[in-house]
Design a protein around this ligand. Structure first.
Ligand code: ADP
Length: 405
């Protein structure tokens, strides 16, 4: 089965083609073909880089008229040009689209129909930047590939639909919940992969295992996973809640917003921009939302960078505590995504502060970890795993499961 996974992030679209034969290893086999393109841009120029069999075969620039239009030349590069991997669109058996917001309607991966598109459109109000773009991408793929290739939606919220009501409902008037204001949680595709892969690395079954998975990329969230199911998570109604991120604030006192509106003349758009793009590591350090640059500035003695790192660790540790309480204890802590995979000082600072839970790192392993391995000291009661985020692979697996019924 040839499966094309389309994963549109905040600025990059990744398209990955894999051929699966029913043997589904937990860790991904290398893709046959992959493309990366600028994503969600205003009309103008967009870059596309295509690899086949691991080698870069083409780098190009195209003119686009809508934010998702770059998908059309990306798809064409599958069957034409120097990176061609299939004879034509008819050879693609299924296309999996990452869709950020599936609300309460979608608890699992779903075949896309006109009704499903209508429902995804309803959630545009909840996730305007994402769902609108994803719908546009679905329509481009339908037009280019035709009806023969089934299109499947893999939702970032679906993994968290197992949250208990006490975690889903905010302590506000109940009618808000009835109108859709609830904790949905995000990064579910990554947390699902990380929890299954983490269990496998530890040689454990998901059943009986209590894990906190830490997805620490530009956006960042934690999930509390028990028996392979999400029971709590830090992101909420939007991906703005929870731990501190690169440029997002994470949770803050809602009273701050009331104050800013009432006394500082802030409106919705300005609050949106400041909390999403000018806060987090960037806002506190005044340097960058990129952890590498913050760590580099710490090495030069920059005190605001030190503070930004300390606030990041403090928030992360508080939420690991909260997730552990939701689980009733902790067996494994999993680090994944850009910061989780690569920032050894951050992992060390976090693990030192949660040592009271029975966590002890092997400092040498932490300093230069083998990817997808256990980096806890032999005596550590709680295991610590570092693993590469593989959302594209999880999307492909979901497509396989869906098609095989
Ligand atoms: P996205 O959420 O956009 O997919 P990534 O998962 O690629 O993002 O994570 C990006 C973050 O990872 C950035 O803050 C970046 O600085 C951080 N990062 C990547 N490599 C390192 C490193 N070696 N040390 C510290 N942080 C790193």
């Amino acid at each position: 089965m040839k499966i094309l996974a389309l994963n549109g992030g905040s600025s990059t679209l990744k398209a990955t083609l894999r051929e699966l034969d029913g043997n589904l290893p937990s860790a991904p086999p290398p893709p046959l073909w992959e493309a990366q393109a600028d994503w969600g841009r205003q009309p103008g120029k967009a870059q596309i880089r295509v690899r086949a069999a691991g080698e870069v075969r083409s780098d190009s620039e195209v003119d686009i008229e809508t934010p998702a239009a770059v998908l059309e030349p990306v798809l064409a590069a599958l069957w034409s040009g120097p990176a061609k991997a299939v004879g034509g669109p008819g050879e693609i058996d299924v296309v999996g689209h990452r869709v950020v917001h599936g609300g309460h309607a979608f608890q699992a991966t779903t075949r896309i129909t006109p009704e499903v598109k209508e429902q995804i459109r309803k959630y545009v109000e909840f996730a305007p930047e994402h769902n609108r773009l994803e719908l546009e991408a679905i329509e481009v793929a339908e037009r280019v590939l035709g009806p023969a290739a089934p299109q499947v939606a893999v939702f970032d919220t679906a993994f968290h639909t197992t949250l208990p009501m006490c975690a889903k409902v905010y302590p506000v008037p109940y009618e808000w919940y009835e109108k859709g204001v609830a904790r949905y949680g995000f990064h579910g595709i990554s947390h699902q992969y990380a929890s299954r892969r983490g269990a496998e690395i530890l040689g454990r079954q998901p059943a009986g295992l209590r894990m906190v998975t830490c997805h620490l990329g530009n956006g960042a969230s934690l999930a509390a996973v028990r028996d392979g199911k999400s029971v709590d998570t830090t992101m909420g109604f939007t991906p703005l809640e929870g731990i501190m991120m690169g440029t997002r604030s994470g949770s803050i006192d809602p009273g701050i917003l009331i104050y800013l509106v009432r006394h500082r003349g802030y409106g919705a758009d300005q609050l949106d921009r400041v909390l999403n793009k000018e806060s987090g590591l960037k806002g506190v350090s005044g340097i960058s939302g990129d952890m590498r640059e913050v760590v580099a500035a710490i090495a030069t003695g920059d005190q605001r960078a030190v503070l930004a790192f300390d606030v990041y660790v403090y928030r992360l540790v508080s939420e690991i505590g909260a997730m552990t309480a939701s689980l009733g204890g902790l067996d494994a802590l999993v680090f994944t995504a850009g910061i989780g995979e690569n920032c050894a000082p951050l992992r060390e600072a976090v693990c030192r502060r949660v040592a009271f839970l029975g966590i002890e790192l092997d400092l040498a392993k932490n300093a230069s970890p083998r990817m997808d391995s256990d980096i806890a000291a032999p005596n550590s009661r709680v295991r610590v795993v570092v693993l590469r985020a593989e959302e594209d692979w999880e999307i492909a697996r979901e497509c396989w499961r869906m098609m095989e019924g």
